[in-house]
Design a protein around this ligand. Structure first.
Ligand code: GDP
Length: 453
């Protein structure tokens, strides 16, 4: 990282074309640098912090560059804790480049990754957990991911961490009492040892629940997988395209055109998901086909929603029934009897219903029927998302590692030295240290580099 006194700039809005773009300038020279780059110097130097005003940005030559609005902040009352300016210019890619270039020629330099937030952290404007929450808010790919990170930003983790700290402090207290009075009375026999360490069990259990919720959150961030499976030529690729609303996959008369799987991101039922078109389920007679079919199996095993597509005008094939029988008990499966413009397909529909599987009749050539399918998938996806308890306090790999380490200390102390109270108390102290780390109170430069980059 460069010297702290440098004045840094960065585009705060997304790169690309837009009506407006926001550029942030932070550092000792930020006010002077902006003043140098605009026409109305007096107006800017005389404006109060927090006041938004319009200025003409100029080239070094004095020619107009863009019309901007700017607001200045006086340290320490700014995001980074330093003197800052936020500039709003027009959002064209070229103009943004020009404005940034102008600020550099006036004395600023481009910020490194996470440098603004790191300065905010170093100036006490944010703590580590909030900095991590900001990162998650910006990068979240699911509503759970974004919403939970906002809670973390506002300190949503505090209660839980404080509860664990209380439990561990109480445990240490109990153990110290036992050690002090243990010789006079046989405390272990009257169960005091168990009650002393009961708090440890609670912390371990709750911490493990947090880790589970974190895993569910990571799943949610990946998106729910909706997989289209069925025999070749049933109309999977055509339905895939219909659902996505555009031609994504080559649709062909010849059987087995979709040799491998194709996936696309889709927002359906209000949830970010993936939809996957798989190679047809059939007897594979060469290596490439075998690999394709094997991958389809993998998708079936792990997917959130299985859409089983089969043609109304054909019988179930052997391979199809084999897989269907194995996954029919799953709740997340929708049976689709496609090509109903060719044949009724009621026997197949009957089969699905007897297995307790929701069944839809579609013709990929008719919009209305595919609309029903989109609706059914959306409902299922929304239901899965609703029951996914991913409201965790763990928002970064760093926090996860710290919680796992705490669990290790607590579990090892108790398991390996069940009667050595001193050691158990020491492990509790280590656990407390982890919680301090969680809050970002104990850090090293390596940890900080990891977080801010
Ligand atoms: P996949 O192998 O399961 O992916 O099947 P495709 O989507 O490639 O479709 C195979 C053939 O069936 C293509 O010629 C499609 O145009 C046709 N097809 C797909 N759905 C329907 C349908 O509902 N009705 C009719 N008549 N043809 C369809």
């Amino acid at each position: 990282m460069e010297r702290k006194v440098d004045t840094i700039i960065a585009l705060a809005t997304a790169r690309g074309r837009g009506a407006l773009a926001v550029i942030r300038v932070s550092g000792e020279q930020s006010h002077q640098i902006v003043e140098r780059s605009i026409c109305e110097k007096r107006k800017f130097s005389g404006s109060k912090p927090g006041m938004l005003k319009r200025y003409t940005m100029i080239h070094e030559s004095g020619d107009e560059l863009d019309e901007v609005t700017a607001v200045k902040y006086q340290r320490p009352r700014s995001f980074s804790g330093e003197d800052m300016v936020e500039l709003i210019c027009h959002g064209g890619e070229e103009i943004v480049r020009e404005v940034l270039g102008r600020l550099v020629s006036a004395g600023a330099r481009y910020a490194g990754r996470g440098e603004f937030t790191r300065r905010a952290f170093e100036n006490g404007k944010t703590d580590l957990v909030r900095a991590e929450a900001i990162n998650q808010i910006v990068n979240a790919r699911s509503i759970e991911g974004a919403g939970g990170a906002v809670q973390a930003y506002f300190g949503g983790y505090e209660d839980r961490i404080a509860r664990w700290e209380d439990l561990l402090v109480q445990t240490i207290g109990h153990i110290e009492t036992i050690i002090e009075f243990g010789e006079e009375e046989d405390i272990e026999e009257c169960g005091a040892t168990d009650s002393a360490v009961g708090g440890i069990e609670t912390v371990i259990r709750e911490a493990e629940e947090e880790i589970e919720r974190r895993n569910r959150l990571l799943e949610a961030e990946k998106g729910i997988e909706i997989v289209l499976v069925g025999p070749p030529n049933a109309g999977k690729s055509t339905l895939f395209n219909r659902i996505l609303g555009y031609e994504r996959v080559l649709v062909h008369e010849e059987r087995g055109t979709t040799r491998d799987s194709v996936s696309e991101r889709i927002r359906i039922g209000g949830v970010n998901s993936y939809i996957i078109d798989t190679a047809g389920v059939r007897y594979a007679d060469n290596e490439v086909e075998k690999m394709g079919v094997e991958r389809t199996w993998d998708y079936v095993r792990r997917s959130g929603v299985i859409v089983w597509v089969t043609a109304a005008n054909e019988k179930f094939i052997e391979e199809e029934l084999r897989i269907l029988n194995e996954c029919a008990h799953r709740k997340n499966i929708i049976g689709v009897v496609n090509k109903v413009d060719q044949s009724e397909g009621s026997k197949k529909g009957e089969w699905f219903r007897q297995e307790g599987i929701e069944c839809l009749y579609t013709s990929a050539l008719r919009k209305k029927t595919t609309g029903n399918l989109v609706e059914a998938i959306g409902k299922m996806v929304a239901e899965i998302a609703k029951h996914r308890d991913s409201n965790t306090i763990i928002w970064s790999e760093r926090q996860e590692e710290v919680v796992l380490r705490m669990i290790d200390y607590l579990r090892n102390g108790r398991a390996r030295f069940p009667n050595q109270m001193e050691i158990i108390a020491q492990q509790c102290r280590e656990g407390l240290g982890c919680l301090e780390e969680f809050r970002g109170k104990r850090t090293t430069d390596d940890i900080l580099d990891g977080v801010f980059q």
